[in-house]
Design a protein around this ligand. Structure first.
Ligand SMILES: [Cu+2]
Length: 499
C-alpha cells in the first residue's frame, strides 16, 4: 500500500511540474468558484497542462476529454464579469501562471446550450465575445498581460444575452513554435447558467474545431522574424448580437434547475461533494459512519481533477476525527454534525480587464486596428459591435471597469497606469517548471502524498485551497521590453522533447 501510494504520489506530482498551462477555475464578479468547479479540463490529469494535441480535433472545444461535462453549473448574472485563471501547476496557484516564452493572442467564446452538463461542446454554435492580440503601443501580447495579471483573464459578458446554460471558453494561442507547425492552444470551458431576461443571440456562430486551422497566417506566424503588428487574430470577429425572433419571454428560463450545488454538500473538491455521515450512538454505528466517511474520501480522490485534492484532505481530517472518537468510546456523533467544511471563498481583485487589441480586424478598417494606441476597454468595443436592440439595449458597463487605458479594475483598485515593467530578466524562467529536475519539488508532492491511502491518519498540513485570493491583489508588472528572444531555443528544445 505504501509503495503504491508513493508511486501514485510521484505520478500525480510529475504532470503538473511538466505543464505548460491550464485553465483551472473561474471567478464570477470577482468571486472564485473553487478549483475545478464547473470547469471542463483535460480529463487526462497527467497531461492536463499540455496544449491541445490537434487544432482539428474535438479537443479544441473544451480541452481533451472536454466533450464530456462535469456535474456543476455556476449561476452568473446578466453582464457578469467572468475571470478565468491559468496555472502552470494546476494544483498550485502560488506558482507561475505561464512561462513568459509563450506569446500570442487570447479570446473568449460562448456557446448557448440546452444543458451545460451534457452538451458535447464540439461543433457549431460558438461565438466570440472578446479577443486581444498584440498591442503596438505597448509591444505586448495578450499573454504578457495575463502573465502580469497573476494569470487572470477577465471578460464582461455582453448584457442582455438570452438566459440559460452556456459554455464559456477562454483560449490562449502561444506562437513560439507556430512557424515550426506547432501552434499551442490552451483552453477549457466553464459551465455557466446565465440569469438573464435578455433576448440577444449571435448573428452568426462558428464551429470549434474549425475556427482555427493549421497553415493560416494566424497559426504559422513567425513570431521571431515578422513584425507582431502584422499578426491577425484567429477565428471570427467578435460576434454581432441581434434580438432573437423566437423570444419566449419565459421567466422560467431564469430558474436554474441543473448543476446546482447540492443543498447537503458540506465540502467541495472540484465537482465532488462530501455529504454528512449518518448519525450514530453505538460503537457499531460509529464505525459504520467511519466507513461511510472513508468511502466518500475515496470517491473524492478518484474524481480529483488536475487542480488537486486539497478538499479531500479536509475530508480525511473529518474521517480521522470520527475514527479517534470511535476509538475513545465517544459513540455519539458525528462531531460537528452538518458543519460546512468548504473553505470560505473571498472576493478577489481581478486586476486588469483587457480591451480588444489587434483584433476584430474584420470588423474594423484593417490597418487602423493595429495602430490602436492602447487597449480599448472591452465594453466600448463590444457595444460598438452590438446590434441595437428593441427593448433594453446593452447598457454601458460601470465606469470603474472601463478605464480608458484598458486597465479597468473590478474592485476599483487602481491598476498600473502604464504597463511599466519591473525587470525580472531572462533568468526568471531559467530553471522554472519545465525541467524534469523540478518535478519532485517538495511543495508539489505533499498534495498527493497520502492521497490514496484511506484510513492512514494524515494529521498534517492545512491544505491551501483558496490561496489564489491572496495572490491576486496586486497586478505585477514585468518587462514590456522582453521580446521572447532567448526563449526561442528553449521553446524549440521543448518542442523537440515533447512533441
Ligand atoms: Cu507551452
Amino acid at each position: 500500500m505504501k509503495t503504491q501510494s508513493i508511486l501514485l504520489a510521484a505520478l500525480a506530482s510529475a504532470p503538473t511540474a511538466l505543464a505548460h498551462t491550464t485553465f483551472t477555475d473561474f471567478f464570477v464578479d470577482g468571486m472564485p468558484q473553487g478549483d475545478g468547479v464547473a470547469m471542463r479540463m483535460n480529463s487526462d490529469v497527467a497531461k492536463s497542462g499540455d496544449p491541445i494535441p490537434s487544432l482539428d480535433s474535438d479537443d479544441m472545444a473544451c480541452n481533451v476529454g472536454g466533450t464530456k461535462g462535469v456535474s456543476r453549473v455556476q449561476p452568473v448574472k446578466d453582464g457578469a464579469l467572468l475571470t478565468f485563471e491559468i496555472r502552470s501547476w494546476a494544483d498550485d496557484p502560488s506558482k507561475e501562471s505561464l512561462d513568459r516564452g509563450h506569446q500570442g493572442p487570447c479570446a473568449v467564446y460562448l456557446k448557448k446550450v440546452n444543458d451545460a452538463t451534457t452538451d458535447t461542446a464540439a461543433g457549431d454554435g460558438w461565438f466570440k465575445i472578446f479577443d486581444h492580440g498584440y498591442n503596438n503601443a505597448t509591444n505586448r501580447w495578450c499573454t504578457d498581460e495575463i502573465i502580469d495579471n497573476k494569470g487572470l483573464l477577465s471578460v464582461n459578458l455582453p448584457k442582455n444575452l438570452k438566459g440559460g446554460d452556456y459554455l464559456a471558453r477562454p483560449e490562449i494561442l502561444a506562437l513560439h513554435a507556430a512557424k515550426e507547425g506547432d501552434p499551442q492552444v490552451y483552453t477549457g470551458c466553464a459551465q455557466i447558467f446565465l440569469q438573464s431576461n435578455g433576448n440577444l443571440v449571435p448573428e452568426t456562430t462558428v464551429s470549434i474545431p474549425g475556427a482555427m486551422k493549421y497553415n493560416t497566417p494566424s497559426t504559422n506566424f513567425d513570431l521571431y522574424n515578422k513584425p507582431a503588428s502584422e499578426y491577425v487574430i484567429p477565428g471570427p470577429p467578435i460576434a454581432k448580437l441581434t434580438s432573437s425572433l423566437t423570444q419566449t419571454a419565459d421567466t422560467a428560463a431564469l430558474a436554474q434547475t441543473n448543476g446546482l450545488k447540492p443543498a447537503d454538500c458540506i465540502l467541495e473538491n472540484a465537482n465532488w461533494c462530501g455529504k454528512e455521515v449518518p448519525e450514530y450512538s453505538t460503537e457499531t454505528a460509529c464505525w459504520a459512519s467511519s466507513k461511510n466517511c472513508w468511502e466518500q474520501s475515496e470517491v473524492c480522490l478518484k474524481t480529483s481533477p488536475a487542480t488537486g485534492s486539497a478538499g479531500c484532505k479536509i475530508w480525511q481530517d473529518k474521517c480521522n476525527d470520527i475514527d479517534n472518537k470511535c476509538n475513545a468510546g465517544q459513540w455519539t456523533g458525528p462531531p460537528n454534525k452538518g458543519k460546512v467544511l468548504t473553505p470560505v471563498k473571498k472576493d478577489v481583485d481581478v486586476g486588469l480587464i483587457l480591451g480588444t487589441a489587434g483584433g476584430d480586424a474584420a470588423a474594423a478598417a484593417a490597418p487602423a486596428t493595429s495602430e490602436k494606441p492602447a487597449p480599448v476597454a472591452s465594453s466600448s468595443s463590444s457595444s460598438a459591435t452590438l446590434t441595437p436592440t428593441p427593448s433594453p439595449s446593452p447598457s454601458p458597463l460601470p465606469a470603474k471597469e472601463t478605464a480608458g487605458n484598458g486597465y479597468g479594475s473590478h474592485k476599483g483598485v487602481s491598476a498600473p497606469a502604464t504597463a511599466a515593467p519591473t525587470p525580472k530578466g531572462d533568468d526568471e524562467y531559467d530553471g522554472q517548471p519545465e525541467d524534469e529536475a523540478d518535478s519532485n519539488d517538495s511543495d508539489d508532492s505533499d498534495d498527493s502524498d497520502d492521497s490514496d491511502s484511506k484510513p492512514s491518519p494524515t494529521p498534517t498540513q492545512v491544505p491551501k485551497t483558496v490561496s489564489v485570493t491572496d495572490g491576486a491583489a496586486t497586478p505585477a508588472a514585468t518587462p514590456a521590453s522582453y521580446k521572447g528572444v532567448g526563449y526561442k531555443k528553449r521553446a524549440m528544445r521543448r518542442v523537440v522533447r515533447r512533441y
